[in-house]
Design a protein around this ligand. Structure first.
Ligand code: COA
Ligand code: AMP
Length: 631
C-alpha cells in the first residue's frame, strides 16, 4: 500500500509553492497572498510576501468569528501558588485587546520592540498576543537569565518598553524581577522608555512613576483595540538564542509563514483538533513555549495549558499526571529531562497509578536527544506512543518527527524519525558531497526553508548568511551532526559548534568562557559540557590562573561559579570550576576541549597527533578525579 505520508512529503518537496499555497487557505488573511514564494535574493526567501494578516487575529478573533468564543482557550494551573484559572476565547480576546490598548497608550506602535520578562502567568501570554494585535514585535526573555543577558537583549532589540512582573516562583526560591530589571537597565546602553510591571498578589513592589507603572494602572484608560493589518513578512517576534559568542542571535519570525506553518503542524504532526486539550510543559521564554504553549494551539483553536510548575517538587513527581487527569489532556510535549526527573524520583510510577489518564494519547519529546532508556520507561508507564522529534529555535517547528496526524511511523529508539513535509534534509560530508545512508556528517536542509522558519537574524543579514548559509552553498546548516538511515530516519548525534544542551536549554560554552576570562585571576579557561544523567549535559569550567596569583583555589572557584550565575543566570546550572595548572593544546595553540570532554565522560579517545604536551592529559584526568567528576 502506498504511504500517505510519503506522498504528502514528496508533494511538499517537489512543489513547495503549491503545497503551502493550499495550506495557507486555512488561515485568516486581510489580503490573500498572490506571490507564494519570493526567490529574488537567496538565501533571503520570502513566503507569502504580498499577503496581509495579523497574528492575534488568527490566534483569537477568528475562532470567535467562527462561533467558538465560549470554548476554553487557555487553562492556567500553578501548583506553586495554588492558582488556577480558565479563559475562553472571548475572555482572552477581551484581556488582550485591552492590554494592546494599554501598550498603545504608552506609545507603542507597529514595529516597536517590547521585551517581556515574566514568569509563567497568563499576563505573559496576554502581553505576547497584545503585541501581535498592534503589530509590535515582542522579545520574550526567559526568567532564568540574569540582568546581563536581559541587558544585551534590550540593547540589540532597542526595546521601547519592558513588561515584567514583581516576581516568579521557583521551588524554594522567589525570583525578584524588579532588581534584575533595574540592574539590566543600568547595564544597557539603550534605555527603554517605560516599564509595565504586573504586581503578583502579596508580592507587590515599589514603582517609580512615571517611567514605571503597574499592569493595572496601564489598563486604566484602555479601550478595545482591533487587530492591525500587517504585511506577511513583518516580524512577529525576536527570540534570542545562544550564539558562539556572548552576543546572542536574534532569531526573527515573520508573521504570515508563522501562522500558516504552525497551524498546520497541530493536526499533521501532533494529531490535535480544535476540540482537543493540548499541553506543552515548557516555558514561554523558549521556542517550545512560543510555538506550542502560545501560538500553534491558539491558531488551531484548541485549548492550551499554561503550567507554572516543575515535573518534580511542585509538590511531587505526580504533578504531570495530575494536570493530564484534571484537564483531560490529549497530548503532552516536553523535554526528555523532565521525564528523567520524574523517573529518578518515582521509578516505579507510584504517583502515576493515582490518576486517571484515559484521555491521554501521546507524548512528544524534544529539545535534546531522547535517550532510549527514558523513552522505553515512559512507554511502559504511559502505554501510549512516545515520540522524539527534532527542532530548533531557528525553525520554530519540527524538522523531523513522526507525523502522527498523517500516518504513524514505527519507532526507532534513538532516532528523531523522518523529515517533516517542507524540510528537504540531507547529510553532507566536509567536501559538501552527500553522505551515503548511515554515513555521519553535517545535517543540513536544502533551501528554501519552509514557512515559519527564520527569514533572517534581527538587524544582522550578514551574520545570518555567514553563520548558516555559507559553509554549504544552497543549504541551511543546522549545526547538528548525525546520519540518515536506509529507511529515511534521522539520527541526531551531536552539535558541531560550542553549544551544549542543559536540561533542554541551549547554552554556549563560549559565552561561559567569556565570563570566566573576566575573572581577574584567570589567565585562560575551557568550558565543556559533560554527560549528566538528569540534565543531559552539564557545563564544567577548567581555569588556569595568572602567574603569581596567591589567592586560595577554592575561593577562586566559588567566585567563578558566582560570576556565571550573575552574568548568564541560574539556568546555566554552572556549579563546577576547577583550577588546573595548564590546558592541553595543539601545537598551534588550540585548546583540546573535545579530548578533555571524552576524558571526563570516560569515553575512549585517541591521543591527538598535534598535541603539544601529552603529559597534560594525565594531569587533567587526575584533577577531574580529585573533583569527583571522574567517578
Ligand atoms: N526563572 C528563574 N530561575 C529559573 C527559571 C525561571 N523561569 N527556570 C529555572 N530557573 C533556575 C532554577 O531555579 C535553578 O536555580 P538554582 O540553581 O538556584 O537551583 C536553575 O535555574 C536551573 O534550573 P533547572 O534547569 O530548572 O534545574 P532544576 O535542577 O531546578 O530542575 C528539572 C531540573 C529537570 C526539573 C528542570 O530542568 C525541568 O523542568 N526541565 C524541563 C525542561 C524544559 O522545560 N525545557 C525547555 C525546553 S523544551
Ligand atoms: P533550541 O534552539 O534551544 O530548541 O535547541 C535546538 C538544539 O537542541 C538542536 O540543534 C539540537 O542540538 C537539540 N535538539 C532538539 N531536539 C532534539 C532531538 N529530538 N534530538 C536531538 N537533539 C535535539
Amino acid at each position: 500500500m502506498a504511504s500517505v505520508f510519503k506522498e504528502i512529503y514528496n508533494q511538499s518537496i517537489k512543489g513547495p509553492e503549491k503545497f503551502w499555497q493550499e495550506i495557507s487557505e486555512d488561515i485568516f488573511w486581510f489580503k490573500k497572498p498572490i506571490q507564494i514564494l519570493n526567490k529574488d535574493k537567496p538565501p533571503f526567501y520570502k513566503w507569502f510576501c504580498d499577503g496581509k494578516t495579523n497574528t492575534c487575529y488568527n490566534a483569537l478573533d477568528i475562532h470567535i468569528d467562527q462561533g467558538r468564543g465560549d470554548k476554553t482557550a487557555l487553562i492556567y494551573d500553578s501548583p506553586i501558588t495554588g492558582n488556577k484559572k480558565k479563559f475562553t476565547y472571548n475572555e482572552l480576546k477581551g484581556k488582550v485587546s485591552k492590554f494592546a490598548s494599554a501598550l498603545k497608550n504608552q506609545g507603542i506602535t507597529k514595529g516597536d520592540r517590547v521585551i517581556i520578562y515574566m514568569p509563567m502567568i497568563p499576563e505573559a501570554v496576554i502581553a505576547m498576543l497584545a503585541c501581535g494585535r498592534i503589530g509590535a514585535i515582542h522579545s520574550v526573555v526567559f526568567g532564568g537569565f540574569a540582568s546581563n543577558e536581559l541587558a544585551s537583549r534590550i540593547d540589540d532589540s532597542k526595546a521601547k518598553l519592558v513588561v515584567t512582573a514583581s516576581c516568579g516562583f521557583e521551588p524554594g526560591r522567589t525570583v525578584e524581577y524588579k532588581p534584575l530589571v533595574d540592574e539590566a537597565l543600568k547595564l544597557a546602553s539603550h534605555k527603554p522608555e517605560k516599564i509595565i510591571l504586573y504586581q503578583r498578589s502579596g508580592h507587590e513592589v515599589k514603582l517609580n512613576a512615571p517611567k514605571e507603572i503597574s499592569w493595572d494602572e496601564s489598563l486604566s484608560n484602555a479601550q478595545d483595540m482591533d487587530c492591525v493589518e500587517m504585511n506577511a513578512n513583518d516580524f512577529a517576534y525576536i527570540l534570542y538564542t545562544s550564539g558562539t559568542t556572548g552576543i546572542p542571535k536574534g532569531i526573527v519570525r515573520d508573521i504570515g509563514g508563522h501562522i500558516v506553518a504552525l497551524k498546520w503542524t497541530m493536526k499533521n504532526i501532533y494529531n490535535i483538533d480544535t476540540d482537543d486539550i493540548w499541553w506543552s510543559a515548557s516555558d514561554i521564554g523558549w521556542i517550545v513555549g512560543h510555538s506550542y504553549i502560545v501560538y500553534a494551539p491558539l491558531f488551531k483553536g484548541c485549548t492550551t495549558v499554561l503550567f507554572e510548575g516543575k515535573p518534580v517538587g511542585t509538590p511531587d513527581a505526580g504533578a504531570f499526571w495530575k494536570i493530564i487527569s484534571d484537564y483531560k489532556v490529549k497530548s503532552l510535549f516536553t523535554a526528555p529531562t523532565a521525564f528523567r526527573a520524574i523517573k529518578k524520583e518515582d521509578p516505579e510510577g507510584k504517583f502515576f497509578s493515582k490518576y486517571d489518564l484515559s484521555s491521554f494519547e501521546s507524548l512528544f519529546l524534544a529539545g535534546e536527544r531522547a535517550d532510549p532508556d527514558t523513552i522505553k520507561w515512559a512507554e511502559t508507564l504511559l502505554k501510549v506512543p512516545v515520540i522524539d522529534h527534532w527542532w530548533q529555535t531557528e525553525t520554530s517547528w519540527a524538522i523531523s518527527s513522526n507525523c502522527t496526524g498523517i500516518e504513524m511511523q514505527k519507532t526507532k529508539y534513538g532516532s528523531a524519525c523522518k523529515a517533516v513535509p517542507g524540510y528537504d534534509v540531507k547529510v553532507l560530508k566536509s567536501d559538501s558531497s552527500i553522505a551515503k545512508p548511515n554515513e555521519m556528517g553535517d545535517i543540513v536542509v536544502k533551501l528554501p526553508l519552509p514557512p515559519g522558519t527564520f527569514p533572517t537574524l534581527w538587524n544582522a543579514d550578514e551574520r545570518y548568511k555567514k553563520t548558516y548559509m555559507t559553509n554549504y552553498e544552497g543549504y541551511y546548516q543546522t549545526y547538528d551532526a548525525g546520519h540518515i538511515d536506509d529507511d529515511g530516519y534521522i539520527w541526531i548525534m551531536s552539535r558541531t559548534d560550542d553549544i551544549i544542551n542543559v536540561a533542554g536549554h541551549r547554552l554556549s560554552t563560549g559565552a561561559i568562557e567569556e565570563v570566566l576570562s573576566e575573572h581577574q585571576s584567570v589567565a585562560e579557561c575551557a568550558v565543556l559540557g559533560i554527560a549528566d544523567k538528569l540534565k543531559g549535559q552539564l557545563p564544567i569550567g577548567l581555569v588556569v590562573l595568572k602567574a603569581g596569583v596567591k589567592k586560595d583555589n577554592e575561593a577562586i572557584s566559588k567566585e567563578c561559579v558566582q560570576m556565571v550565575r550573575d552574568k548568564i543566570g541560574p539556568v546555566a546550572a554552572f556549579k563546577v570550576a576547577i583550577v588546573i595548572k595548564r590546558l592541553p593544546k595543539t601545537r598551534s595553540g588550540k585548546i583540546l576541549r573535545g579530548t578533555i570532554r571524552k576524558i571526563a565522560d570516560k569515553e575512549e579517545y585517541k591521543m591527538p597527533a598535534t598535541i603539544d604536551d601529552p603529559a597534560i592529559l594525565s594531569e587533567i584526568e587526575e584533577d577531574l578525579r580529585k573533583n569527583n567528576i571522574l567517578k
